[in-house]
Ligand binder design. Structure first.
Ligand code: FES
Length: 112
């Protein structure tokens, strides 16, 4: 289960108060670009800031329900799992585990 984790630790991502519901926030953590999303109900998810279709940045995309929409050609990724939901992407993007402590968000980066 931990074989694909680059580090078996959580790293600080940003303050909880920096997120707005249903808006993507792109950040850099340990030289990796990721996107944080707070869905309705307050649950927070983190995916790699990378569209698997052609390398678009998902952090510039808008949310459609539970999906981030790539601004380049419209592929959708479920932020809860990283799964690709529609063409032109056929492979999911990485999803990272999220932990909240007080007003701080920590993520556990998976290897890419
Ligand atoms: S680069 Fe994202 S849909 Fe093409």
């Amino acid at each position: 289960m931990t074989a694909n984790l680059s580090k078996n630790k959580f790293e600080f991502a940003c303050k909880l108060s920096e997120l707005k519901p249903n808006l993507a926030k792109a950040i850099e953590v340990s030289d990796r670009f990721v996107v944080l999303v707070m869905l309705d109900g307050g649950k927070i998810f983190c995916v790699e800031d990378l569209c698997t279709h052609d390398g678009g940045t998902l952090g510039d995309g808008e949310l459609d329900g539970n999906c981030l929409v790539c601004p380049r050609h419209g592929a959708k990724f479920d932020v809860r799992t990283g799964d690709a939901i529609c063409m032109p992407a056929t492979e999911g993007t990485l999803s990272h585990e999220v932990r909240i402590e007080n007003d701080e968000i920590f993520i556990q980066l998976k290897d890419n």
